[in-house]
Design a protein around this ligand. Sequence first.
Ligand code: GLP
Length: 256
Amino acid sequence: MEVIIQPTPEEAADVAAQFVAGVLEKKPDAVLGLATGNTPLGLYRRLIAMKLDWKKVTTFNIDEYVGLAPDHPQSYRAFMWANLFRHVNIAKENVHIPDGNAKNIPEFCTEYEQRIKDAGGIDLQILGIGSNGHIGFNEPTSSLTSRTRIKTLTEQTRNDNARFFRNEAEVPLHVVTMGIGTIMEARQNLLLAFGSSKARAVAMAIEGSITSLNPASALQMHPDVKVCLDDAAAQDLQWKQYYQSTYQNKPDWQRF
Ligand code: GLP
């Protein structure tokens, strides 16, 4: 796990954007796993400004609410089109987002996993983290080998996400999310976290025990993970200085 700490979210998003751009330059037909939420917005804005070629890129979003109309402003489909897809030259047929309105959700989830396999697997999965350590919508106690499936949100997550809705009651109870097993099969993972509200979850994920009580801790078992943090999200890390000096002393050939 490579932990990269920058003073501000803007600087951390700069580093993340350089890294993602490098992946797309090396592999123009890369398969990207994408996340929603506030955290990746700065990254998406930078990728748009870089005017990269998305013509051959395929994307799979990590999660979606169950039961929101696809054009509901808080559906992750609407979010992705508004904040990324409509600003780049991606082919519509290469965009995959879980269908929270599928008639048969378990069947849809099996198909979604198959579509990822058929695309050759995910090259780079972009992740945010919930204040309770969730990745995608894999809430605490999710199986660390889980696959795409329906999940019930915790009270804490519904509360955290209520800011996007008129009130907490409007936040759907159910979601479809890639599983932790799905995320672990991505060739690379890039986790972003900003702000002090994420500090505890981040410290547990990077330095705590591997436990389903903090689903992001499963990433300790993945061979290629980068974590981009701002100072506030890194404040509870015991090994913060070590990560900072490792990054500063990184040989040029390892830079992206
Ligand atoms: C949301 C999403 C996650 C996201 C996380 C953090 O509920 N389902 O994919 O990474 O919670 O969100 P934010 O970036 O807004 O803090």
